[in-house]
Design a protein around this ligand. Structure first.
Ligand code: FES
Ligand code: FE2
Length: 361
């Protein structure tokens, strides 16, 4: 299917996706979000628990976000049905009389498991038509989180909307060959610094890992870490449906990030980067500096994808070449294996052992 925003992607359900930054959920205001094409309304109960409901009243479909939230219940603006927002259970139907036998408690609005991690409201999105998930009772996969290696760290986050489908967002995220062109900058790398690289990969559950290696010598941020005089190692994991974990360790110093590309609709997505670090902990403004460079970096990817979306609108035939696009091929194979696998079954990995890839970047 091709839309104005480009071709739609098949979506992976039964997993956690970040809907929005959870600090937006304050007081009694509710916030709308679109996640995998599903309209949602999110908020925070008086007891601090956050919630995500389908933004649609089960009575006659008006968005529940049009109604009122009192910190405990979300009341529909049309006929006043009130819902407990974490479970979705209907608490009251004001039009019922003492003669009615309908039990409001047997009615549920759509509610999704919703948890806070790294400052995001993560929402578990089940397969459409899967029926109600009993929030708090169902066994769900772990909630994604950037690893931390100590209690004292700083963090920052960035977000950018991408007008392409999630597959292009993800393969852009793992693309090793665009760096010298898209991210040309004195502090990162130059076209002239292109050189041959060899990286080792290994299979991990639902993904693959670029094995621990000494990072690319031509990147200034890594050179900076050299001041600590200890060996630096980087590990990059990709895990379905949409996660890239990067960990850089240098003795007791560390930097860790979790980047996700989340389908907003089947043909648009959003990239979220969360980073935590204890590197240069004592240096003032380090968060501001990191955000400045991070924003420029993500902005360069975003601009490229906006331009790419212009081309993708016409649904051109595309190519994936070896070895530079091999991670993208693995992604498509993993995704297909997951879509084909029975629920809860192991996902067949396209890597059956360590693989070495070579490219110039
Ligand atoms: S449409 Fe929501 S209560 Fe009627
Ligand atoms: Fe990039």
């Amino acid at each position: 299917m091709t839309t104005l925003a480009g071709p739609a992607a098949t979506l992976i359900y039964d997993d956690w996706y970040p809907a929005l930054r959870s600090d937006l959920l304050q007081g009694r205001t509710v916030v709308k979000a679109l996640l995998l094409g599903i309209p949602m309304v999110l908020g925070r109960r008086d007891d601090g628990r956050i919630f995500a409901m389908r933004d649609s009243c089960p009575h006659r479909g008006i968005p529940l976000s049009c109604g009122w939230f009192d910190g405990k219940a979300l009341t529909c603006k049309y006929h006043g049905w009130a819902f407990e927002p974490v479970s979705g259970q209907c608490l009251e139907i004001p039009s019922l009389t003492s003669k009615d036998t309908l039990d409001p408690h047997k009615i549920y609005a759509g509610a999704f498991p919703c948890e806070e991690r790294d400052g995001y409201a993560w929402v578990y999105v089940p397969q459409p038509g899967a029926g109600r998930i009993r929030v708090g009772e169902a066994t769900l996969p772990p909630i994604p989180e950037a690893p931390k290696f100590g209690a004292r760290f700083k963090s920052a986050h960035l977000t950018a909307d991408l007008p392409c489908n999630v597959d292009h967002g993800i393969i852009g995220l793992m693309d090793p060959a665009h760096g010298p062109f898209v991210h040309q900058a004195w502090w990162w790398r130059k076209r002239a610094s292109i050189h041959e690289k060899e990286k080792h990969f290994e299979p991990i559950a639902q993904g693959f890992r670029m094995s621990a290696h000494a990072p690319s010598g031509n990147s200034a941020p890594y050179k900076l870490l050299g001041v600590y005089g200890e060996p630096i190692t980087t590990t990059i994991d990709f895990v379905l449906p949409n996660r890239r974990y990067e960990t850089i360790r240098c003795g007791a110093k560390w930097f860790s990030s979790l980047t996700t590309v989340t389908p907003v609709t089947a043909s648009t997505c959003r990239i979220d980067v969360y980073a935590a670090w204890n590197v240069f902990y004592a240096v003032p403004f380090v968060t501001a500096i990191a955000k400045f460079f991070g924003r420029r970096f993500v902005g360069q990817d975003q601009l490229t994808m906006i331009q790419q979306a212009e081309g993708l609108r016409y649904d051109p035939a595309l190519m994936l070449i070896d070895d530079a696009d091999r991670p993208a091929k693995w992604y498509f194979a993993l995704k297909q294996a997951r879509l084909d696998a029975a629920p809860g079954a192991e996902v067949k990995n396209p890597l059956n052992g360590p693989v070495t890839l070579r490219w110039r970047s």
